[in-house]
Design a protein around this ligand. Sequence first.
Ligand code: IMP
Length: 429
Amino acid sequence: MANVAVIGAQWGDEGKGKVVDWLASRADIVVRFQGGHNAGHTLVVGDQTYKLSLLPSGVVRGKLGIIGNGVVLDPEALLSEIGKVTAQGLKVSPKNLRIAENVPLILPLHPALDKAREAARGGDKIGTTGRGIGPAYEDKVGRRSIRLCDLAEPTTLSKKLDELLLHHNSLLKGLGAPLFEKQALLEQLLGWAPKLLPYAEAAWERLETARHAGERVLFEGAQAVMLDVDHGTYPYVTSSNTVAGNAAAGAGIGPDVVGMVLGIAKAYSTRVGSGPFPTELTDEIGRGLGERGREFGTVTGRPRRCGWFDACLVRQAVKIGGIHGLALTKLDVLDGLTELKINTGYRIGGQTFRRLPSAFEAQAAAEPIYETLEGWTTSTRGARSYAELPAAAVKYVRRIEELVEAPVVLLSTSPDRDDTITLRDPFAG
Ligand code: IMP
């Protein structure tokens, strides 16, 4: 079956929104399988700009959206996002949105703990989005989450809240943060029940039916491989597995159903929050990339750190993430630079590496081994075929393909959905 999973191949914000939107228009179902409202996808459709954090992009394109069990769901955030897109003229109902009944919920105590912990870390903070993602995943693994299906069972809910509050209030007390009261939380949960339960179902069953009917499914990843809780720059990562392998567990399907894995990478690198970033540029060139690329976080508005393309890192993401092909975005942001650098490896303590080691100290000490390429002064903005690109830009893309050991199947040259060079249809496998 020709399904597609889209994942970020760097540290997130690779421009997934545009690619996912294009693919969503050709899919029957779009599934989110990890992350939560820490993600931010901007979709420009006609004169409307939709900023989605939780809703699968397909909802904008009239497709069925599924929020899988691998997501952590903040009811307040979801209801507010539904309210916003409804005000923009979209209709969201259980007809076009389904939520896995076993999805764990983010409650107000999760962002409270997230923020209290970050404050306590001082200079060593992770730079989280403060949305409670980490604490919510901890509760899932700790087997004390309140899940969507629990909203239908007030007696169980009350008992589960006791356990949850014992855990959280102890931690919050230790951190000197305000504590939570059971009754107020219980009322909040029961208030959400009639609004959310109509969307709840066994999502795995719906996907199984879709598989038999030959429907096309798009698995929409959030964040990126270098933010993966196992494979990223730990501990400066998010709290879920962002690799395509998690599309199976996070949606409730077999690994063979995932289909083609499309990795999204920017033609340079960016990162928000703290953590190692070997090719970071803190000079005029870095500032220029940030300005031309409008590099500000969709969710938090924080300026993103910018740097040269790290082929060594993306190659690692290709291997770990099982990426079959890349969508390279924002090539036009490099227009006007006469010289470009691509990182091919790292020098760490006198040794040369062709991968980023797992230890934080080694990652922080990694010095890039650059290859210098000729830049281009003519514009690539809006190009829709290789023939419209300057020779140096084509050479740059080809060199990336060689170094990361994956073909570039889509090339994006402006935020406009049509300004894309399509070399291979991901749904064709
Ligand atoms: P958390 O996911 O809020 O716990 O944040 C952990 C790390 O992941 C921080 O460095 C965040 O900036 C980063 N992060 C989380 N979501 C995104 C995203 O959608 N794009 C880029 N970075 C993200």
